[in-house]
Design a protein around this ligand. Structure first.
Ligand code: SF4
Length: 151
């Protein structure tokens, strides 16, 4: 009887540890990002986030259409999900690249005031009560602003 109980507890522990290890592997980026929830942030206009897969809400699409953009020019649907279309080089269709005479490069969102909700929050994310900042954004930790500069 005692052996069965010990075996049961050990099996439970192994299953729990395995589940934890799988979750840590699947969500390692998010777990690291949680540590940065209070980190300062400033956008360095590198454009990295404008090359990610950006999911659009219907209200994002409507906002851009009301401003005169044609849906077929900026929406790409994959399995029924609307994403911001990308150019052949991987940049968002609304992203402009700039370079000055000294070789300094920066990017500019040409629809900044109309940008999708997900872009307004980035690099911050929130799952229910859990929040963090995408630590892969090079602007995380760069100054004393603790919130996105979204309007
Ligand atoms: S939010 Fe971060 S990743 Fe996006 S352009 Fe600014 S610094 Fe780059």
């Amino acid at each position: 009887m005692l052996e069965s109980i010990i075996l049961f507890i050990l099996t439970g522990l192994v299953l729990l540890l395995s589940a934890g290890a799988v979750a840590a592997l699947l969500f390692r980026r998010e777990i690291r990002s949680i540590r940065h929830r209070n980190s300062p942030w400033r956008c360095l206009r590198c454009g990295r986030c404008c090359r990610m897969n950006v999911i659009l809400k219907q209200k994002d699409i409507e906002r851009l259409k009301e401003a005169g953009y044609r849906e077929e020019d900026f929406v790409e649907r994959k399995c029924g999900i609307a994403f911001l279309k990308k150019k052949s080089d991987g940049d968002c269709v609304f992203l402009d690249q700039h370079e000055d005479e000294n070789g300094n490069r920066w990017t500019e969102c040409t629809v900044y005031s109309l940008r999708p909700d997900i872009g307004r929050r980035y690099p911050e994310f929130k799952w229910w009560f859990i929040r963090g900042k995408d630590h892969q954004c090079p602007g995380v930790g760069k100054n004393d602003e603790t919130t996105n500069n979204a309007e």
